[in-house]
Design a protein around this ligand. Structure first.
Ligand code: GTP
Ligand code: MG
Length: 196
């Protein structure tokens, strides 16, 4: 995170991470759509609409006399492009882990979580805030939070939101929680309102 104390500008980077097709791009799209800045989102996709390398878009919000510039990225979940993921993660201040709620995909979620811990070490959540978006809650069956926490061996303080990216459900709340955690670590006050 970059803090310019003279201009009162904070720059921060957030990466949406998770297994293939869990809804990372859809979550970011819902976010930018909600903020009416969808045109700012750049996606590098395959011809079939899968993320080839990343999605990227900037969000700017005002909090008091501070300007917060948030750089939002998503990594591709496809293993074919796995080596691009560490590049996208470089220098991130926070991670939104977008998990698929389908119980049959719990091993994909776990594998991806282990991969992430492999990049940052077992102390990942202590060093970098992680917010979980347990996505696709509109589909059945959907894993319950208790089983999800157990399978990934998360602790009881993990921040988990049940999202439906295609409907924009809880995607703003996920970002707010992420920002709150990033900014708390920087000793700056919490943002209360998201806007452009
Ligand atoms: N029903 C439902 N479908 C969803 C939801 N979120 C995403 N999808 C669909 O799931 C598919 C994959 O979503 P993406 O956002 O492209 O997934 P991704 O995680 O970016 O995938 P990769 O970039 O390939 O790793 C798309 O068809 C989405 O429309 C959700 O909450 N509910
Ligand atoms: Mg994607």
């Amino acid at each position: 995170m970059l803090i310019d104390w003279s201009q009162h500008i904070i720059q921060t980077k957030i990466v949406y991470y998770g297994p293939a097709m869990s809804g990372k791009t859809e979550s970011i799209r819902a976010l930018f759509k909600h903020l009416n800045i969808l045109s700012r989102l750049e996606s590098i996709e395959t011809t079939s609409g899968r993320t080839l390398f990343f999605d990227y878009g900037p969000i700017e919000l005002v909090h008091g006399d501070w300007i917060i510039q948030i750089h939002i990225w998503s990594a591709t979940g496809q293993d074919y492009y796995a080596e691009t993921r560490s590049t996208v993660l470089a220098g991130t201040d926070g991670i939104v882990f977008v998990a698929d709620s389908n119980p049959s995909l719990i091993h994909e979620n776990l594998r991806c979580w282990e991969e992430l811990k492999g990049f940052f070490g077992p102390q990942l959540s202590t060093n970098i805030p992680v917010v979980f978006a347990l996505n696709k809650r509109d589909l059945w069956p959907a894993i319950n939070q208790f089983d999800f926490v157990n399978a990934l061996e998360l602790n009881g303080t993990s921040l988990i939101f049940e999202t439906v990216a295609t409907q924009g459900t809880f995607v703003i709340e996920v970002l707010q929680e992420m920002l709150r955690n990033i900014l708390l670590g920087s000793n700056l006050a919490q943002p209360k309102k998201i806007g452009t």
